[in-house]
Design a protein around this ligand. Structure first.
Ligand code: PAF
Length: 274
């Protein structure tokens, strides 16, 4: 497996692979890899990528001033071993200084799908995500990139960015990977105490309980109550059109239910497409 620290060296290598006709997959991550990330590498293998590039970068630009950038879990050595075992063929470990050069001043902003949900609660977050993902697309020369459905809004925004800015690659969205308890895998789960982890199960339980043909107003109220009774602080419970992310009034096939809560100090998100 090739290991790159310098994004431009990766770009040069990836360009040569692409020119030689190799099919390249990109798996962007912030590291501290878990089975959710490994399923993205599996997906790239299943899609017959010749080269699978995993980027590991805790992107400072997508964190707000009071968020967990500093304490976000990091473990380069373990990530390296996991990527190798999973079948990645290249890994990029850039630093903030070599991703964002002195006086970096160009950003990518998506102005429709980013307005609600996490975009409303985390100002600037998706601007940071779009900017780093656009840079990774330009570096990796990928034929396709794999993202997890766990970050549903992010995946829709990236698809829109690819469409609107004519990036020449396909976006693949892989299903959420859950712990046997139902808890969606996330690097942030490491922040949770045993008690908080237990409480967090109310997320997947609530998602499972939603059926089609119901009024969103009553479903929303029911879920908010269930989450609060479990000791979680609700950030949002939203029912939206799976593509436009516009709010809907009735639960129906294709509607996405998105939840965000605070479990103690940890913000958790989860979702389900009906
Ligand atoms: O989903 C993530 O881990 C990040 O938002 C991403 C896509 C790697 C960009 O930093």
């Amino acid at each position: 497996m090739k290991i790159f620290k310098d994004p431009l060296k990766l770009q040069k290598w990836a360009k040569a692979q692409s020119k030689a006709g190799q099919k390249i997959a990109l798996v962007p991550t912030m590291g501290y890899l878990h089975e959710g990330h490994l399923s993205l590498i599996e997906k790239a293998k299943a899609m017959k990528a010749d080269e699978i590039i995993v980027s590991v970068f805790v992107n400072p630009v997508q964190f707000g001033p009071n968020e967990d950038y500093e304490k976000y879990p990091r473990d380069e050595k373990a990530d390296l071993a996991k990527c190798k075992a999973a079948g990645a063929t290249a890994i990029l470990f850039p630093t903030p200084a070599n991703m964002y050069l002195d006086r970096h001043s160009v950003y990518v902003t998506e102005e429709d799908l980013s307005k609600g949900l996490c975009g409303a609660r985390r100002p600037g977050h998706f601007r940071g995500v779009c900017t780093v993902v656009a840079k990774l697309f330009n570096l990796a020369h990928a034929d396709f990139a794999v993202f997890g459905q766990k970050d549903y809004q992010q995946a829709q925004i990236i698809k829109r960015m690819v469409r609107d800015l004519n990036f020449d690659l396909k976006i693949v969205v892989a299903p959420i990977v859950r712990e046997p308890s139902g808890l969606a895998r996330s690097s942030r789960n490491t922040y949770l105490s045993a008690e908080e982890k237990d409480r967090a199960l109310a997320l997947s339980r609530s998602l499972k309980s939603v059926t089609v043909g119901k009024s969103v107003k009553s479903e929303q109220a029911r879920i908010v109550k269930a989450l609060e009774q479990s000791g979680l602080q609700v950030d949002y419970v939203e029912f939206v059109d799976g593509e436009t992310l516009d709010p809907v009034k009735k639960t129906a096939k294709g509607v996405c239910v998105l939840l965000a809560v605070f479990d103690g100090k940890t913000r958790l998100i989860d979702n389900r497409v009906l």
